[in-house]
Design a protein around this ligand. Sequence first.
Ligand SMILES: Nc1ncnc2c1ncn2[C@@H]1O[C@H](COP(=O)(O)OP(=O)(O)OP(=O)(O)O)[C@@H](O)[C@H]1O
Length: 298
Amino acid sequence: MSESVVTESRPDTAAGSADRVRPGPVLLTAAGVRVRLGRREILHGVDLSVRSGEIVGLIGETGSGKTTFARAALGLVPTTDGSITVGREATQVTGLHGSRLRAFRRTGAVQYVFQDPLRSLDPDLTVGRSVAQGLVLRGGLGAAQIETGVSEALHAVGLEPDLTGRTPGQLSGGQRQRVAIARALAVSPQVLICDEPVSALDAAHRNHVLQLLNGLRRDRDLGLLLISHDLGSVAAVSDRVAVLYRGSIVEEGPTAQVLAHPEHPYTRMLLASAASLHAGDAGAAQRQALRREVLAGI
Ligand SMILES: Nc1ncnc2c1ncn2[C@@H]1O[C@H](COP(=O)(O)OP(=O)(O)OP(=O)(O)O)[C@@H](O)[C@H]1O
C-alpha cells in the first residue's frame, strides 16, 4: 500500500537513493520539548534531530502539533520543558528572550517557509525587496552586497533576475513559493523549516519545488525539516520521517523503512488513508471507520 504512495508521488528527477547525500553534523536537536498554549499542553516531550544535508519529514494530521514544533524551533513560542539547539554552534533557542532572541533571529540560522506564500509575502513588496528583507535586517551590508545576495538567492531557486520588479500578485503560485524560499536562502540558513511548502500548489509546481528543496539540501548542506500531512511529498524527498500524533513522536526512522514497515498503528492509519486517497477511493466512510478502529487501539 505504501509503495504506491511512495512511487507515484515521487518528483521526476527525484531523490532516489543515489541522489542522496551522506548527512553531516546535527543542526537541529530537540530534546524532551514541551509546549503549552493556553490551558493545553500541545507538545508532550518531543525528541527530534536534523543533520546537515538531510531532509527529515515531520508528518501528522491537522492539529497534531507540527507547526507548534516549528514555531518553538524559531523561538516564537515558549517551551515549558526540554531544549532546542540550532546550528553548528548549537545555539540554545529555548530560553532566549528579548534582545538575545532578536539577535539570534538576525543570524538567520533557522528560516521558515510557510505553506501559502501569498500570505507570507508582502503583496506590496517587489520580489527584489522581499528577498532582500533578511539581508537588510541583518545589517552591515551595502546596497551592492544586498543586490548580489538577492541575485544569488533567486538564481539558487531557478528564478530569472528580471522578476525582481514584480509583486507577488504578478507571479504564479510556484514562482511565489520559490520567492519565499529565496528569501529564506538569502541569509544563508543552516536549517530550513518548510511548513506544508507544496500543499497550495498544483502537481507540476509541487514536483518542481520538491526537486528544488532536494537539490538545496545537497548543494548547501542544509538541514531541512519538511512538515507535511502529504505523505507523497514526504516520501519523495525525505531521508527520515518522524510521525507526530497528538503532540508526541510515535515513530521515527528511515523513510523507506517507516513507510514500508510502519510499526505504530497511527502510522499505519496515516498510510492507509493516503493510499486510499491516492487510489481515488471515495470511501470516506470506510476511512473514518478505519480511523476510529485504529485510534481506539492507541
Ligand atoms: N495560539 C494558540 N493557542 C491555543 N492553542 C493553539 C494555538 N495555536 C495552536 N493551537 C492548538 O495547538 C494544536 C496544534 O496546532 P498546530 O497548528 O501545531 O498543528 P498542526 O499539526 O501544524 O496542524 P495543521 O496541519 O492543521 O497546520 C491544535 O489543537 C491547535 O488548535
